[in-house]
Design a protein around this ligand. Sequence first.
Ligand SMILES: [Zn+2]
Length: 310
Amino acid sequence: MTKITFAAALLLGSCVALGPASAQRAFDYSKVEEKAVDLGHGVFGIIPTSDDPAMAIGCTTIAVGTDGIIVVDTQFPALYDKIRARIREISPLPVKFVINTHAHGDHTGANTNFAHDGAIIVAHENVLKAMSHPAAGAPVPKENWPGQTYSGQGTEVKVAGQRAELVHVEHAHTDGDTIVFFPDADVIATGDTMHRPGYPSVDAPGSGNSTDGMIAAAAFTVDHSDARTKIVPGHGQVMDKAGARSFRDMLVTARAILRKDIAKGMTEEQVVAAQPLSALDKIWLVKGNGASTRFLVNYYRLVKSEMAAP
Ligand SMILES: [Zn+2]
């Protein structure tokens, strides 16, 4: 992993409010398996796996120190007992800190459970704004809000023997994304700035995201990885630098294709009929997954809004 310089973090565009994704259909979470993946130096991915591709559940990362544990992202309340059981199998120490990579419910849903156990929830200040003043949907219960926020380009969270470096990447998947680096283990937890496999979910234009920010965030992870770096994406399986590079390249290629079609005057309906991303679909489309299947339309809308902006 190359050293992080906070000056390299991204400054893009203006800040707008973002509502957390809350639309989830009823799923049978009892069938979800939480698999612990040992990433070395006391850091583990807790990776949810399910036969149902529609089930969008974020990945969790834990870093075990000598006096406590740092957790990145909490998935859904219905999965808390399983996640907590996996953590207990690894260490009996208390969870002292939970870091939220962003506000979406599939990454913050079980914050309350961890907070009840005494953990301090840490996130970028825009995560608190998104939860306390959602642009749409039902308000998020106060118990789920981060109790400690940071502003600017980054901060650090420590327990004895483990250090997490939090880097804010601006206007990427949301307006409150944090990429978490565990330098001693050479592990990066990207939140939804990276997926494997599958297209990422793309929020509506005006919600605080941007294609420049999405691409820059993916490039930030690529640039701060080396051949040994283990990357825990927002969704899917643990990946490496080559996988991160392909994800970044996919975002760049898809945007270039859509920019051309939009410049030709193609409407959303015409683009959906033409399926211009069919070559990328072979690698990136996860059939049955809502975010993945909506990528073409949602990315088209975001690219179009950016091209129309003054
Ligand atoms: Zn998300």
